[in-house]
Design a protein around this ligand. Structure first.
Ligand SMILES: [Zn+2]
Length: 146
């Protein structure tokens, strides 16, 4: 009763090529965040602080997300923090660990945990910033165990 069409096997899918070491895409840089990326190239981590309300924020913006003041300044972060959460994606040498890290300055940023065995990671662990080159763009702040 079945027609040849419904009996057809799906074509065999060729095996996926082995993924090489992870490449970091160049960040998209807006004018208001250019100083952040320029500092990253120099090995410095910046956050924004509002002079009106005193709050620190990240990702850097011209307007304070807490009180909407335009009176914000760059602050050099200590580059230390703790793991808020993390998740390891991918396999083998292409695996990477996406994480949220809370800086000593109090802001939490989305980043990657690098140069460490994901099996040894835990929430609350102290970490420090490292800067990794991207594909044809600025260095990207990431974190490793302190
Ligand atoms: Zn503010």
């Amino acid at each position: 009763m079945s027609s040849p069409d419904t009996m057809q096997d799906k074509p065999a899918r060729p095996p996926a090529p082995a993924a090489g070491p992870r490449k970091i895409p160049a960040p998209r840089v807006l004018p208001e965040s250019l100083p952040y990326w320029t500092a990253a190239d120099e090995g410095r981590l910046l956050v924004k602080q509002c002079k009106a309300c005193g709050e620190v924020h990240h990702y850097p913006r011209d307007i304070c997300p807490h009180c909407l003041s335009a009176d914000t300044v760059w602050l050099q972060a200590a580059g230390t923090g703790t793991v808020y959460s993390f998740s390891t994606m991918g396999k083998g040498e292409a695996a990477y660990t996406l994480a949220f890290v809370t800086l000593a300055e109090g802001v939490t940023l989305m980043t990657n945990l690098v140069d460490c065995d994901p099996a040894t990671l835990a929430i609350g662990q102290p970490v420090r910033v490292v800067f990794k080159p991207s594909e044809g763009g600025h260095a990207v702040p990431m974190f490793t165990l302190a």
